[in-house]
Design a protein around this ligand. Structure first.
Ligand code: URP
Ligand code: ZN
Ligand code: ZN
Length: 481
């Protein structure tokens, strides 16, 4: 049985139009006014609402084992939470242990993700470097549908990679047709500052931002950009929180480098004052890396989004309970790093972005869905309301309000970084691959109905000209005499 969404305004990244949308099985099969549909078709009334491509959260960590514990949201609860907020695809990070096999890690993640309620894709993390990793990157990219690799420039003594590994890994990305991604923080400097804080007796959550000044992010972002430029590999900088990091991306793009910047819904909404709250659980609940930055940074990120210099808004959804966070009661470096957001991302970006006049509804679609689909090579299957695209849709009521709270959110953690924020603009219906899984307050999602979305490697043109070929081209040297 198909579904028809009637009477809404269809908002894509490039235009808005009044139209009905008809879906058969998992695809959109008609978009137009007053569509005639077969008897028995489910009708969704979108009168007064917007019909947009389902959100794509390009940055999540479901059931990740991390810092001695495990993320509390699994692929089912996390994707259901996302769907209630209008998100129909996540791209999660496969993170093998240092020295581990990439292929085995993909299998592990596929097993975990088999319970997902919406579609999902994977990025692969490179946590160390050896011949097997280099070899497996080829199979991961060409046969396992993963075309993006994240390198952690922080988390010393855990998953951080060295400059030597970055260089080798970036080069290999180019060879296999993948995009490199970085967690850009100067891990050595963070470690040094953390030690200094602890020696000074600063053991609470306030030590977290004090050991991660903006320069930590700015330096690593600039370094990754320089390496990617020389090695001619496209680069995606994840979770940008610092103005200076966004500026580094902007400068690179002005120079013509293929660099994409992602920020997070949280970074657009919250500043580092949260770490100085007297309530330890509240302060620790915000501990994530990079950290929230001082006042002024969120506005700079908004401006970079407005200008098109940052292109995506993810969440870095990585949820822990208060109890889990208390692992770091005596030492802030032991607080599991991570916050939530997959459920609230769309409403928060709408409220602070569109309602404030910072971005248009079309730009909203770009930064919450279409740009991620383009950058990660799944457009137009995802990211657009168009005949032939996947029937991943959100009916969004821009008049409806709600107050975000951990008391009634679907995420499994007992904390919400957007607690108390009133948002006007709410997902009222979510369609995932042609299934109506969120119906005005009712969850109809099915465990395991989500599908893995393979992403093809990029062609050579995407990486750009191989500068080394030019540099090494034989040159005739005229000598006198
Ligand atoms: O604090 C964070 N961001 N935790 C998840 C791992 C990462 O760095 O993305
Ligand atoms: Zn990261
Ligand atoms: Zn992350």
């Amino acid at each position: 049985m198909g579904i028809v969404i009637r009477g809404g305004s269809v908002v894509n990244a490039d235009h808005t139009t009044r139209a009905d949308v008809y879906c058969e099985e998992d695809k959109i099969t008609a978009v137009g006014l007053d569509l005639e549909v077969p008897a028995g078709t489910e009708e969704i009334d979108a009168g007064g609402c917007l019909v947009m491509p389902g959100g794509i959260d390009p940055h999540t960590h479901m059931e990740l084992p991390f810092m001695g514990t495990r993320v509390i949201d699994d692929f089912y609860t996390g994707t259901v939470a996302g769907a209630t907020g209008g998100t129909t695809m996540i791209i999660d990070f496969v993170i093998p242990p240092k020295g581990g096999s990439l292929l085995e890690a993909v299998d592990t993640w596929q097993e975990r993700a088999a319970k997902a309620a919406t579609d999902f894709g994977f990025h692969m993390a490179i946590t160390g470097w050896d011949e097997r990793v280099a070899r497996e990157m080829d199979e991961v990219t060409r046969e396992r549908g993963i075309n993006s690799y994240k390198f952690f420039m922080a988390y010393k003594n855990a998953i951080m990679v060295s400059d030597e590994e970055l260089v080798a890994g970036f080069s290999r990305c180019r060879e296999v047709g993948a995009i490199a991604a970085v967690h850009a923080e100067h891990g050595e400097l963070v470690y040094h500052l953390q030690e200094e804080m602890l020696q000074r007796g600063i053991t609470g959550p306030e030590g977290h931002p004090q050991s991660r000044p903006a320069a930590v992010e700015a330096e690593a972002t600039a370094r990754a950009i320089a390496l990617a430029d020389v090695l001619q590999v496209p680069l995606y900088v994840v979770h940008i929180g610092a103005r200076e990091a966004a500026e580094a991306v902007t400068r690179a793009r002005l120079r013509g480098q293929r660099v994409f910047g992602e920020t997070l819904a949280g970074f657009l909404a919250v500043d580092d004052s949260v770490y100085y709250d007297q309530d330890w659980d509240f302060a620790a609940g915000h501990v994530m890396s990079p950290c929230f930055k001082p006042k002024g940074h969120p506005e700079a990120l908004w401006r970079a989004l407005q200008a098109g210099n940052l292109l995506t808004v993810g969440t870095d959804h990585c949820t822990f309970t208060k109890e889990q966070k208390r692992m770091g009661l005596e030492d802030f470096t032991k607080i599991p790093n991570g916050c939530g957001g997959v459920e609230d991302r769309m409403s928060v970006v709408w409220e602070l972005g569109v309602n404030s006049g910072r971005i248009t509804a079309n730009e909203f679609v770009a930064v919450t869905s279409a740009n991620a689909a383009r950058i990660f090579n799944v457009y137009p299957r995802k990211g657009v309301v168009r005949v032939g695209s996947d029937a991943d849709l959100v009916v969004f009521d821009a008049q409806k309000s709600k107050t975000i709270s951990a008391r009634n959110h679907y995420q499994q953690n007992d904390f919400n970084v957007f607690e108390g924020l009133e948002v006007q603009g709410v997902a009222v219906h979510t369609i995932s691959a042609g299934r109506h899984i969120w119906a005005d307050g009712e969850v109809r999602a099915e465990r395991g109905a989500g599908r893995f979305v393979p992403r093809a490697p990029y062609g050579p043109a995407y990486a750009g000209m191989d500068r080394r070929m030019v540099m090494n081209a034989p040159r005739r040297v005229e000598r006198k005499g």
